[in-house]
Ligand binder design. Structure first.
Ligand SMILES: [Zn+2]
Length: 499
């Protein structure tokens, strides 16, 4: 995964932005939502409940034209507010009236409506725009991936600014209708259910609906020439997968993995509870990158994930995020462990189910193979820093922490926690501490010290298998650990968040 690099100058500038605490009743909305890692992400002062994106894309030229309609509610009286966006805007209307606008910072769009927004009132914001997403760059880089037959928006922590204006932070989730017009013979893939598809005068329009709250970075757009497969789960959820026609030798392995989406989701429901969204699927475009991403209802997979044959483990990881990450989202990007620790742990549970090594064996191996002096142990999964947001320690040490919890509270309580949490906090935002308190409540055990050790204390803590029975003597010196059968397969997904 590309890490978002914040140039020191940008950081300094954003810290210097002073919001005038004027005595006037209307104020300007903050240019950031308050994220400690990414001060410019999101915006203050309002909340978006729905995005309606009506887009047209020409693969030959990379020109994206759009009208975005945002249903917003002001959280305070606002004389001005910000959107996050990078493409060229031609017009903005707020409640039907033309608004003034200006750009600032890396991706800020400052909107001054004709009439100030009133606290608690809904306001409709319409933004008309056009541009080539590949030409918009932040620190020399574009999240938009051009392909020989189209383009892809799938990145974390942000990709939205390359294709639609938004309040770009997981704290402000919304429902989405995404409609894309592309030349006949080209497909447009996005989140949720394909409501309809119509052709007219050489263009085909795809209408997608994601009807549950969705973070902006989990909205995705894939335009290109795809083979599409459709199916339904036993409970009636529509499954739609899309594969670039240009996957070469990876085509078979990609299908042999992603076509198991329904099966994997059914198993995950047995561990995490009811699937939280209206559709399932995945897509594999012809991109040269190596990562995968949990884009809501329809994860993105790079073809390279399938270079060694089928890779169901990466499907398990991205689908686990639908519960841990997409439905229950971070409050601040520093809470990334609530996403990645659990997605990695789900891969260990799948291995356990498949008889390829238990989660305890995988945790032990992850622990034993990293000596105490390995810098791996210096990263705190509970607050890794923006530069280490997707460090291997957030995944592996983060998952060992979950195994340590399991060993502490026992399987019955552990699986009760694992299944209860996504229901308890469905469609919300959480801090690491919220999970700790929930686990304490369900297990009726104090766990602050365990999590403090595993998530917040640099250095290699003690770790071992639990005693066989309460009261039984601790296991004799552990026999030399053996590499679990699934270890290399899971390790091969370590680049899911690497370029
Ligand atoms: Zn992940």
């Amino acid at each position: 995964m590309y890490r978002k690099v914040i140039a020191p100058s940008v950081l300094a500038a954003s810290l210097l932005l002073v919001i005038p605490a004027s005595a006037a009743s209307s104020v300007q909305g903050a240019p950031g939502i308050g994220d400690s890692y990414y001060p410019e992400s999101g915006n203050g002062g309002y909340d978006v409940s729905h995005y309606d994106l009506r887009l047209q894309y020409q693969p030959k030229t990379d020109l994206l034209e759009g009208t975005a309609t945002l249903l917003t509610t002001a959280k305070q009286d606002l004389s001005r507010f910000n959107l996050d966006f990078g493409l060229k805007v031609s017009e903005i209307r707020v409640n039907g009236a033309k608004a003034k606008f200006a750009t600032s910072g890396a991706h800020e769009l400052e909107v001054t409506p004709a009439q100030p927004l009133a606290k608690g009132k809904q306001a409709t914001v319409v933004v008309k725009y056009a541009g080539k997403p590949s030409e918009f760059k932040i620190d020399g880089w574009s999240a938009w991936q051009r392909t020989p037959d189209g383009g892809i928006a799938a990145q974390e922590p942000d990709s939205a600014v390359w294709w639609f204006p938004s309040n770009d932070h997981p704290l402000d989730k919304a429902t989405f209708d995404i409609s894309i017009n592309v030349p006949d013979g080209t497909q447009a893939i996005s989140n949720g259910v394909l409501q309809s598809q119509t052709s007219k005068l050489g263009w085909t329009r795809y209408n997608w609906r994601s009807n549950k709250p969705q973070a902006t970075y989990l909205a995705t757009l894939a335009i290109g020439k795809f083979d599409i497969t459709t199916d339904k789960t036993a409970s009636g959820l529509p499954i739609l997968n899309a594969y670039s026609k240009d996957l070469g030798d990876n085509a078979g392995a990609a299908r042999a993995s992603v076509e198991r989406t329904g099966e994997v989701a059914e198993w995950l429901e047995s561990v995490f509870g009811p699937y939280p969204f209206n559709a399932l699927g995945g897509y594999v475009p012809n991109v040269p990158t190596g990562f995968a991403l949990e884009t809501q209802t329809r994860p993105f997979y790079s073809p390279r994930q399938f270079a060694n044959g089928a890779n169901v483990s990466v499907v398990v990881h991205e689908l686990a995020h639908q519960w841990y990450g997409d439905s229950v989202s971070v409050d601040n990007w520093k809470d990334i462990w609530v996403n990645e620790g659990f997605a990695r742990y789900s891969q260990w549970l799948w291995s356990e189910k498949e008889g390829e090594g238990t989660a305890q064996e995988l945790a032990q191996w992850a622990y034993d193979t990293r000596p105490a002096e390995d810098p791996f142990w210096q990263v705190k999964p509970g607050d890794p820093g923006a530069e280490n947001q997707f460090h291997g320690a957030v995944y592996d040490r983060g998952a060992i922490a979950i195994q340590a919890l399991r060993n502490e509270v026992g399987d019955e309580k552990f699986f009760q926690i694992l299944k209860g949490w996504p229901t308890e906090r469905a469609y919300g935002n959480v801090k690491v501490g919220d999970f700790v308190r929930y686990a304490e409540k369900i297990s009726n055990k104090p766990l602050a010290q365990l999590f403090d050790t595993w998530l917040y204390t640099p250095g290699k803590p003690a770790f071992g298998a639990p005693a066989a029975k309460p009261g039984a003597r601790a296991q004799a010196p552990a026999k030399p650990a053996v590499e679990p059968k699934s270890w290399k397969k899971i390790a091969a997904t370590n680049n899911i968040h690497e370029h």
